[in-house]
Design a binder for this molecule. Structure first.
Ligand code: N01
Length: 541
């Protein structure tokens, strides 16, 4: 049982207005907003030695976004958009990290962070109305507000394979790739996991390694990314109508800055459907394949089946060995986070790449020399875990957090996370998240901006009204959770197992953890609450 007393209130704690955890997209904007615009004293922390969040840690070969770079950035400062030039439509990790450093320099954000510092506990003091925050180096901070931008996908998942410690070669999780890189040339490499990360890594390293063994548990649908430079005509159009462009992103469903189809697949004949999918396959993009061709791929079984027929046909066409093609072919719905790639299926035509189907040949153990399945041992120099993350809740529950009356966040979220629009949770006054559980199921940077702006307004409201704290009403949270469940039931996402519903982590209850009502509805609701003077929130003197 977690004990609030494990975080004592100390008299000489360092005083601040806001403790901000995280220096990724959301954290950096929050630092700028709260410190530079609201004039608050903000103490930031990040476990990394620099800014970047997920883009600091995920340095594996091939890491890049699959969101149009023109929408994978900030909108709050038009001049920033003009002063930064993305090179490709899907930016690489190194370019995104350079962008976030550019932003941190431009708004002088580094100086308010303590990097290389982990927060290990937070506790609300019911008597003083302030939070106690403890860091890994034993420092205590006393703050009125907490803002946690700790990342949706950052608590890494390393499966508990037997023998993991006895491997004599190198083992890495993709999200803790050596900062200085790693030379894989001429090595025998085993990759476990074929999600977004595995697909990017496998495709990138296959040409350089001596041999690549891909350990696949569940085959995935993936479509070509079709990397290309940012289209100068498209960029000029955005710059000419900057506000209109971002308004459209905020008014969309996905906030990806892409065309979202309103046409249902059933209106087309199978031949027309095939032609429409083929056009999208040629033009590239995973989210586009799911959202731009038809409106109902993730809500209608027939539309979904049309998409799966098309992709599985492509797998058969591309992969020359029929057994490998069969093993790479998914049999379930196309209802996970969509993937795109740079020649993933064709990679399995290479002589130096072997697919190991773990459903047929289960992984038994990791040995000193490699990986053993029931078909025998595969000798390896390097093992890479591309095994994903304890998404949504992992990073919030990694450390003790106690709200009003000693309420433990771990206990409150033991069966599922309960929250409102990814921004806060009842029982935790003056405590905010950026893109926490029950956030919209959208591209992140635009949603981060909207949420940071909401948090800033909430803090401004507390200060302006002379209140001590603001806290979500439990009934509002309950109503919102029910709404999230109803909306999710109308999609096919809950019929597959993935990090979206927590089913990728052994023992984690499967549940809805997102608001699938879309970006426009998310924006509208946050704005409605601001305009109403924070209806649904309790202000305490
Ligand atoms: O993680 P995942 P990810 N034994 O959970 C397998 C974002 N992202 O890091 O499907 C064997 O999707 C697991 O198998 P299964 C993006 O939002 C974005 O790839 O559970 N295998 C699966 O194949 C993405 O969705 C970008 O059967 C095991 C894989 O590991 C999210 O991060 C790039 C296993 C995990 O896939 C997460 O992606 C990269 C076990 N015990 C990431 N446990 C871009 O912007 C797990 N697996 C493009």
């Amino acid at each position: 049982m977690h004990n609030p007393a494990s975080i004592p209130f100390v008299r000489d704690a360092i005083q601040t207005d806001v403790v901000l955890i995280g220096a990724g997209f959301g954290g950096l904007y929050a630092m700028h907003k709260l410190r530079n615009e609201l004039g608050l004293q903000v103490q930031g922390f990040d476990a990394a030695t620099g800014v970047g969040g997920t883009w600091y840690w995920n340095r594996y070969p091939g890491a890049r976004a699959d969101t149009e770079s023109t929408a994978y950035c900030y909108s709050f400062d038009e001049q920033l958009f003009h002063d930064w030039q993305w090179s490709e439509r899907y930016p690489r990790q190194s370019e995104i990290l350079r962008f976030l450093n550019f932003v941190a320099d431009r708004y002088d954000l580094h100086r308010s962070y303590r990097f290389g510092t982990t927060v290990i506990g937070t506790r609300y003091n019911d008597d003083t109305g302030r939070w106690e925050v403890v860091t890994g180096d034993g420092q205590h901070y006393s703050t009125q507000f907490i803002v946690e931008g700790v990342g949706l996908l950052s608590a890494r998942h390393v499966p508990d394979f037997k023998g993991i410690d006895q491997f004599q070669g190198e083992i890495h999780h993709t999200s803790r790739w050596p900062l200085t890189g790693m030379d894989l040339r001429g090595k025998r490499v085993g990759v476990i996991g074929t999600g977004s990360t595995g697909v990017q890594l496998i495709t990138t390293i296959a040409p350089e390694v001596a041999h690549l063994s891909v350990f696949q548990r569940t085959p995935q649908y993936t479509v070509p990314a079709v990397h290309r430079p940012v289209d100068p005509v498209f960029l000029a159009e955005i710059k000419a109508d900057y506000r209109g462009y971002w308004a459209r992103v905020r008014q969309s469903v996905s906030a990806f800055g892409i065309h979202e189809s309103t046409r249902t697949a059933g209106l087309d004949t199978p031949a027309e459907q095939h032609a429409a999918f083929e056009r999208q396959w040629q033009s590239g993009g995973g989210f586009q394949f799911m959202l731009s061709v038809y409106a109902d791929i993730v809500t209608n079984r027939d539309a979904n089946a049309a998409a799966t027929r098309f992709i599985t046909g492509k797998i058969r066409d591309i992969v020359t060995d029929p057994d490998t093609a069969a093993a790479l072919t998914p049999t379930d719905l196309y209802a996970r986070r969509p993937l795109c790639d740079d020649g993933y299926y064709a990679t399995f035509n290479r002589d130096n790449v072997t697919l190991i189907d773990l459903k047929r040949h289960p992984l038994i153990e990791i040995t000193p020399a490699g990986i053993c399945t029931d078909a025998g041992e595969i000798a390896l120099d390097v093992i890479v875990f591309a095994t994903g993350f304890d998404a949504f809740t992992g990073n919030y529950l990694k450390f003790d957090q106690f709200g009003r009356d000693g309420l433990s966040l771990r206990e409150k979220w033991a069966h599922r996370p309960r929250a409102w629009h990814g921004v806060t949770t009842a029982g935790f006054p003056n405590w905010f998240m950026i893109f926490g559980p029950m956030c919209p199921f959208t591209s992140q940077p635009p949603a981060h901006e909207v949420e940071v702006e909401f948090i800033a307004e909430a803090i401004r409201h507390v200060r302006a009204t002379g209140a001590a704290s603001i806290e979500l009403e439990t009934t509002v949270e309950d109503t919102f959770m029910a709404q999230c469940d109803t909306l999710a039931a109308g999609t096919l996402f809950h019929e597959t197992d993935s990090w979206i519903n927590g089913s990728n982590i052994p023992g984690k209850p499967k549940a809805t953890m997102v608001f699938v009502g879309g970006m426009a509805a998310h924006v509208a609701e946050l704005q409605r609450v601001i305009d109403s003077g924070f209806e649904g929130f309790i202000l305490r003197p």
